[in-house]
Design a protein. Structure first.
Length: 560
């Protein structure tokens, strides 16, 4: 069994874990930075959108309020202008215009038409001529032009209650029909109405067209002291300057918001860089702390490994001492058994030799031997020879068991080797336990360490004998197939519970009462078999006995 290299395994595994932790920590820090950047980016965008919305809302609110004030001022100015314009001259002209017959003219263009039809255009020109030819037109024109001179009003129109444009500072508009205009309709009902629109037309004759913001207002024209509307007046005021000031103020607000946004983004970038630097520093600190802990653990593990190696060495020495002690105990039993087996033929030989000596002494004193004496002498010599042969067989089996005269590893006949082990075991096993041998005659020779394999088989035989409480049977058998040689030792003892099948091979584990075993028998057997490249199988049931099988692999090309 290879020793467990604690330091090496700790260094490899911990380095892998440390590397994985470093990669994970770096990745988490990277994800943290990316997440923080995304959050800041979204916050910046949301803040910019909020600022832009607030600025737009504020600018629009200010624009709307200023325009409302401007429109209200324009309405007040127009109302004042209407009161100033009312005179007998204007009243006379309105009466003249109101008496014009419009039955011969269509009132509006066809729906969807982009220009007036020819009949209506001709009618409008005809009305223009008729209106400008009225007696009161010149006086009214002078009165109205004088009223708007040097004022913000650059265009003025006057409508009767039929929607006919009876006067316009731009005379080409005289005769137009305004009966569908929402401003005229509202003013005719007595409600002022104003609208801001953008047009591209010159403010003064000869000027190039440009975008201008025009504020138009429709007001009811009511004689002073009367609440009755007699006409509708429309004024056009140039609001370009104030609208441009509003646009400029709005642009200034937007630029200020953008500048604040840029300043905030710059500060957020600085904060992000600071957080990134602090996060990187924390990551490095975490890595350094982890490395420090790793080095401390490495020192502790190396110390523990040295202690474990020392304890393992001491355990190996103790185990070797126990194995040697177990061998000595078994050797003592074997010596006692062999001595017992040697004692019988030695007693025969000693007794027979003493009797032969007495017989030879009588022969020298009493004369020639009688026939009965000769027969007794021959019987004693035969008994002595039998005892010598018994001792020779015992010595031969002892030599076969120990293999002291052969190399440690040899190409041997396993059946013969196991037979020697069984012969020796019989001298140790109690007489009420019978050992039965079943050998496969076709068993191939194997190159094995005979002495160690004999020790393994003897351990199995002794364990089997010790597992039998009374009369029983131990069977030793050999078999072979195309892959391995099997040596099985079965007993009729009490058996082993299935939960203990794996534990019985552990060193120092024993099912015997305390003081009756070292617990090294089966562990030594497994070690010897594994050194030969084989394995050990255990089959046992409580009350049915136990069978231990050694599997020794056949070399390539060998045949059973």
């Amino acid at each position: 069994m290879q020793p467990f290299r604690l330091t090496r395994h700790f260094m490899l595994s911990s380095f892998a874990v440390f590397l994985l932790f470093a990669i994970l920590l770096y990745r988490l820090d990277d994800l943290r930075r990316d997440g923080l950047h995304d959050i800041q980016r979204e916050e910046n965008k949301a803040m910019a959108d909020l600022q832009a919305g607030l600025v737009s809302l504020s600018a629009e609110s200010v624009r709307r309020d200023l325009l409302v004030l401007h429109e209200q001022g324009n309405l007040d100015s127009t109302r004042l202008l209407a009161n100033l314009l009312w005179s007998d001259t204007l009243s006379t002209y309105l009466d003249e215009a109101q008496r014009l017959d419009l039955a011969s003219c269509p009132r509006a263009a066809a729906p969807g038409a982009s220009a007036l039809p020819p009949v209506r255009a001709a009618c409008r020109r005809h009305l223009n001529q008729r209106l400008t030819a009225l007696p009161g037109f010149a006086a009214a024109d002078a009165r109205l032009r004088n009223a708007v001179h040097d004022s913000r009003v650059f265009r003025l129109k006057l409508f009767d209650l039929r929607g006919l444009t009876v006067y316009a500072t731009d005379r080409e508009h005289i005769g137009e029909d305004a009966s569908t205009s929402p401003g005229w309709i509202a003013a005719r009902e007595g409600s002022p109405w104003s609208q801001l629109s953008a047009r591209g037309e010159p403010h003064t004759p000869g000027a190039s067209p440009e975008r201008r913001d025009i504020l138009s207002a429709y007001l009811p024209l009511q004689p002073p002291g009367s609440g009755e509307t007699v006409a509708v007046i429309e004024t056009y005021t140039d609001a370009t300057a104030i609208v441009r000031r509003l646009d400029h103020a709005s642009a200034t607000l937007h630029e200020s918001a953008r500048e604040r946004g840029r300043t905030m983004n710059a500060r957020l970038d600085e904060m992000r860089q600071t957080l990134d630097a602090s996060g990187t520093g924390l990551t490095l600190v975490a890595l350094l702390l982890t490395l420090t802990v790793y080095l401390l653990l490495l020192l502790i593990v190396r110390r523990a490994s040295r202690l474990a190696d020392q304890q393992s060495l001491q355990m190996q020495r103790s185990r070797a001492h126990l194995v040697q002690f177990d061998k000595m105990v078994m050797l003592g039993r074997m010596v006692a058994g062999v001595a017992h087996q040697l004692n019988t033929p030695l007693a025969y030989c000693r007794t027979n030799l003493r009797l032969l000596g007495e017989l030879l002494a009588r022969c020298t004193t009493d004369g020639p031997l009688r026939e009965q004496d000769r027969s007794d002498a021959r019987q004693m010599l035969d008994d002595t020879l039998g005892g010598v042969l018994m001792m020779d067989e015992l010595v031969r089996h002892l030599r076969g068991f120990t293999r002291l005269d052969q190399a440690p590893t040899d190409h041997v006949d396993l059946n013969a080797a196991i037979a020697s082990v069984v012969y020796i075991a019989r001298s140790v096993v109690p007489p009420h336990i019978r050992i039965e041998e079943r050998y496969d005659e076709r068993l191939p020779h194997l190159n094995v360490h005979v002495a160690r394999l004999n020790q393994a088989v003897l351990n199995l035989l002794m364990n089997a004998a010790q597992a039998i409480a009374g009369t029983g049977l131990v069977t030793v058998s050999t078999h072979s197939d195309a892959h391995a040689v099997r040596i099985a030792v079965a007993d009729t003892g009490n058996g082993i519970h299935p939960s203990l099948h794996e534990r019985v091979f552990e060193p120092f584990f024993t099912t015997k009462p305390s003081g009756q075993g070292t617990g090294l028998g089966l562990s030594v057997v497994r070690e010897i078999v594994e050194q030969h490249g084989g394995r050990v199988d255990l089959s046992s049931q409580p009350g049915l006995g136990t069978t231990v099988t050694l599997h020794l692999p056949l070399p390539a090309g060998a045949h059973p």
